[in-house]
Design a protein around this ligand. Structure first.
Ligand code: NAI
Length: 481
């Protein structure tokens, strides 16, 4: 029986391994982590992450060929294939701070693999890493001179949170990069044989190590660039009376452009896009390519602009001040169908409104009060370092924030509503009832194209929806930059 061990039981390690266990009953899969509470949750009825379909997959294999454990060394030692799916955050201090990937967690995992191994292993980079990381990892793996052979593969993960199980069941492609030696090709085949149990062969691509590593950064850069492109257009739409939904539809029908990923919004979030682009920028700079670095940096800059533009719009519309006004925040996760709040635009929007002394009432169906408190008090870039290693800071920021358990409580007595996550339930709220219980004039700022603008205007709301023609009211307010 092939034994797989995955180091890192997070948003990638957990779902990916659960699907491998489900699709390959003859493979034994152990997912290990140093975060004991997370492992305990994987072994409980309440999984540590919310992902549609995940519960069902885990229940089918847990205890049979899928195990979650904190005994990292034991499972690594026994494994034939070791996936490393630890976090690779942005460096917060030192050389490359604010841009370069922090490989501390990866390096310590690699050192541990080298120390405990007693037999040859295939080590798979599942985390997103800078191109050429495999070279450094190889050096670490062989540092102890025990003569054990390690083959390193790059197998970046392309799943999207919220649709992870669907994406893993039917991936657009699986990418495996390895050394172009006989041993490297043998390792590629071993991993390919696992995926081939449910993924059609023509969707399994094999490349050299550096192409696989760089493809992941390139894919995220292209995806984020699309969002920044349509968001940049949304600003121009608001200024000219064009409607960004109509523009997206019109350009998306061009088969060279395609219709997907063209939704304007308050900005992209999530643990990957920003950190991977900053990482790409750093790699370009280190390789003497400042023009290329500058090009990609702009994708992140437009995202920052979009978030601050949204905050400015809220404040400017409400007579240039939100001081002591109650603002309801509907949605805090970085997108629907996930409880993940890493780099969520909601953090920047909430912080921007708090600077202007607003009082926030926040509701999200999948995000806990603790998580929101932590996000609002954390320093930039700290979010991707394991939560259990971070003390929760007490902060005056939270004095003006309340977290509530439904949208009606959040909006009661509010002056304005900001919709920051596209949860389906926000589409079907009783907006008549909400309007009645709000201060007048009642404002609604839709950062996710959730609401029916015309219907809400009929009810009496003053409506702002990203990239859509403005109400007469909003046109009269000071221009926002
Ligand atoms: P995560 O933060 O949810 O999980 C990482 C886990 O690794 C944590 O539970 C942490 O405790 C554990 N860990 C860290 N060092 C360890 C060690 N030495 N031994 C054992 N466990 C250790 O991160 P997530 O979201 O799963 O991402 C992992 C990697 O996958 C990152 O490089 C990310 O860029 C990449 N990725 C993430 C995607 C996503 O949608 N979240 C999609 C594709 C790639």
């Amino acid at each position: 029986m092939v034994k797989i061990c995955c180091i890192g039981a997070g948003y990638v390690g957990g779902p990916t391994m659960a699907v491998i266990a489900l699709k390959c009953p003859s493979v034994e899969v152990a997912v290990v982590d140093i975060w004991d509470k997370r492992i305990a949750a994987w072994n409980s009825e309440q999984l540590p992450i919310y992902e549609p379909g995940l519960d069902d997959v885990v229940k089918q294999c847990r205890g049979k060929n899928l195990f979650f454990s904190t005994d990292v060394k034991k499972h690594v030692k026994e494994a034939d294939i070791v996936f490393v799916s630890v976090n690779t955050p942005t460096k917060t201090t030192g050389l490359g701070a604010g841009k370069a990937a922090d490989l501390t967690y990866w390096e310590s995992a690699a050192r541990m693999i080298a120390d405990v191994s007693e037999s040859s292993k295939v080590v798979v980079e599942k985390s997103t890493v800078p191109v050429k990381t495999a070279e450094a990892i190889e050096k670490i793996l062989t540092h102890n001179g025990k003569g054990i052979k390690f083959q390193i593969l790059s197998n970046p993960e392309f799943l999207a949170e919220g649709t992870a199980i669907e994406d893993l069941f039917k991936p657009d492609r699986v990418l495996i990069g390895g050394r172009e030696t006989a041993e490297g090709q043998k390792a590629i085949k071993a991993l390919k044989d696992i995926y081939a149990q449910w993924v059609p062969e023509d969707r399994i691509l094999t490349t050299n190590l550096w192409s696989a590593e760089l493809s992941k950064l390139a894919a995220n850069a292209f995806l984020a660039q699309r969002i920044s492109s349509v968001n940049a257009m949304s600003a121009l739409c608001e200024a000219t009376g064009a409607n960004v939904t109509q523009v997206s539809h019109a350009i998306g029908m061009d088969t060279r452009i395609g219709p997907k990923f063209l939704n304007a919004s308050v900005g992209f979030g999530g643990s990957c896009f920003q950190k991977d682009i900053l990482n790409l920028v750093y790699i370009c700079e280190c390789n003497g390519l400042p023009e290329v670095a500058e090009y990609w940096k702009q994708v992140v800059k437009i995202n920052e602009y979009q978030k601050s533009r949204f905050v400015n719009r809220v404040v400017a519309s409400m007579f240039n001040t939100v001081s002591t006004k109650k603002i309801a925040i509907l949605g805090f996760a970085f997108k629907k169908d996930t409880g993940d709040t890493r780099e969520t635009p909601a953090v920047d929007v909430c912080k921007g409104l708090l600077i202007d002394k607003a009082e926030l009432s926040i509701y999200d169906p999948q995000v806990t009060e603790d998580q929101i408190s932590r996000e609002l008090t954390m320093r930039k870039f700290d979010w991707d370092h394991p939560m259990h290693l971070q003390p929760m800071s007490s902060s005056s920021t939270l004095e003006k924030v309340s977290m509530v358990s439904d949208a009606y409580a959040a909006t009661k007595g509010a002056h304005g509503i900001c919709i920051l996550t596209e949860w389906d339930e926000f589409k079907t709220l009783d907006y008549n009832k909400i309007y009645e219980n709000m201060q007048k004039p009642a404002f609604i700022f839709d950062g996710r194209h959730v609401i029916d603008v015309d219907k809400l205007r009929e009810i009496g709301f003053i409506v702002f929806s990203i990239g859509k023609p403005l109400d007469a009211w909003l046109k009269d307010m000071p221009a926002v930059a």
